[in-house]
Design a protein around this ligand. Structure first.
Ligand code: SAH
Length: 349
């Protein structure tokens, strides 16, 4: 216990630790020290952000995807997926509903759907931007060219979520077909940063073939990238993928990593993800208490939500946006925090 306490103290005070010490913090078994780690992460988060839990409204714009990531339920190779995409008016009506509920950030997420050309996207982004000038527009639509990222930025997008998935090239190759490359994913993230986007990176905890050493590499990569957001959630299998028989990621390792990330990156935005809420009914609350400070409720139309199936039994598909906003406010308050719709640590756009 005392050794672990010293490591937690050191991490808390200096914001860094050796690889070996980080591995110990991710694996030790000692309930008292574990409680201390979560307490310190929570104190750090309160020192930086108070009790605010930032809400970002998620709009799942398409489940068409040209890629074939081995883990993902909407991969091109899943011929059983029923495909959909939202058109401009449907996306705007999700924003309208979200705005009325108080949301001030919209996250447009989807598969890599060739229908969404720069021309179509810039038109949609400009329309959202002029209808809701006080809102932030976030994109999460995968790998594109630098020119494309620039055009979307010029249209008004200011944030981009693109999990790096793994910082280890060999591991990247075990999760993706040869047509995709670790180098291109990194290129995208650094291009996005250079253009001026606030960037979100991240991984799936317990992704197939992932080792503790990979997680340390992920941490070191993110210390170099300095992302504004880090999205982590447990890997959850999907039966129509090559990883159908792989075990799901571990709840406790995910929570542990959230706490360590809060101490390593005090000011980072750290979502308690839908995947975390899917593997355990209290997963998101546990995440909040261990340092997470963002929730991304689903604003997609009720009938398409179940079709955006990255993994099985996704939480929240049955709720209407309005109903879930009220329930969410209560859940967050019960955990000891307060939902905050303000856009957070960035100027509007
Ligand atoms: N096409 C976009 C959005 C992908 S979906 C992109 O490439 O960024 C967002 C995230 O969901 C992915 O980055 C991945 O980390 C996560 N995800 C995909 N399949 C998953 C699964 N089976 N279990 C848990 N998370 C998954």
């Amino acid at each position: 216990m005392t050794d672990i306490t010293a490591l937690i103290d050191w991490l808390d005070r200096t914001g860094d630790l050796s690889d070996e010490a980080l591995k110990i913090l991710l694996t030790f078994e000692d309930p008292e020290a574990e409680a201390l780690l979560y307490m310190r992460a929570d104190a750090k988060r309160r020192a930086c952000y108070g009790d605010a839990v930032y809400l970002r409204g998620l709009i799942e714009i398409s489940n068409y995807c040209k890629n074939n990531c081995y883990y993902c339920g909407i991969r091109a190779g899943n011929s059983h997926a029923q495909r959909y995409r939202l058109d401009r008016d449907q996306i705007l009506s999700c924003c309208r509903e979200g705005y009325a509920l108080g949301y001030r950030t919209f996250v447009l997420q989807g598969g890599e759907d060739p229908y969404f050309t720069d021309e179509r996207l810039t038109e949609i982004i400009s329309a959202i931007h002029s209808a809701y000038p006080d809102c932030a527009i976030t994109l999460s639509i995968g790998e594109r060219s630098r020119e494309s990222y620039q055009a979307l930025y010029d249209a008004g997008a200011r944030r981009y979520l693109l999990r790096h998935e793994t910082a280890n090239a060999a591991h990247y190759g075990q999760l993706h077909p040869a047509a995709m490359s670790h180098a291109n994913r990194r290129r995208c993230l650094y291009d996005l940063k250079e253009i001026g986007y606030q960037v979100g990176a991240g991984i799936m905890v317990g992704a197939p073939y992932q080792t503790l050493d990979h997680i340390i590499e992920d941490i070191r990569f993110m210390q170099d990238l300095e992302p504004d957001m880090i999205g982590i959630g447990p890997f959850i299998h999907h039966h129509e993928t090559p990883f159908a028989d792989q075990p799901d990621g571990d709840l406790y390792l995910t929570i542990r990593l959230l706490a360590v990330l809060r101490l390593l990156f005090p000011y980072v935005l750290l979502p308690a993800t839908t995947a975390l809420g899917t593997i355990h009914p209290q997963g998101r609350e546990m995440g909040l208490k261990a340092g997470a400070n963002v929730i991304m409720p689903n604003l997609s139309p009720a009938d398409t939500r179940r079709l955006y199936e990255l993994y099985e039994n996704k939480a929240g598909i049955g709720e209407a946006a309005a109903q879930s906003k009220a329930a969410l406010d209560r859940q967050v308050a019960a955990a000891g925090y307060r939902t905050e719709v303000a856009i957070g640590n960035v100027a509007p756009h």
